[in-house]
Design a binder for this molecule. Sequence first.
Ligand code: RB5
Length: 151
Amino acid sequence: MKIAIASDHGGVNLKRHILKFLAEQNYHFYDFGTFSDESVDYPDFAELAAEAVAKGDYDLGIICCGTGIGVSIAANKVPGIRAALCHDTFSARMSREHNDANILALGERVVGPGLAVDIVAAFLQAEHAGGRHARRVAKIKAIEEKYAKQG
Ligand code: RB5
């Protein structure tokens, strides 16, 4: 499994904890930045990770900012992305099983690094359940296609 990861300056410290966990668990990943505490704009980095997942270069993504809200909103503008902002392990697991989320968003100013790593593990270990949930995900895609055609 290949994982795209990105953050702004508000999420860069949390991202560092997650990168350490991913390396320890032997996940294949690529860090799309940012790489320092210098102030940057979260949509730029959310977009890089989201495009990489949408293109199929990466299976899943993990994006961080101060709250997780900005990066999740930005990532969800990329067609094919279902980014889930999760600050508990149950939501992270359900976002994969029910919603086939392909990006996990986290807020550094919301959760501590220990819980964040548990949330990441729950997200990466879960699988989409299919069945009735696949029908619902197809309806999400249909909404996306409807508005893409109008553009
Ligand atoms: C940056 O100060 C902060 O606004 C950003 O990290 C994020 O929380 C936005 O949603």
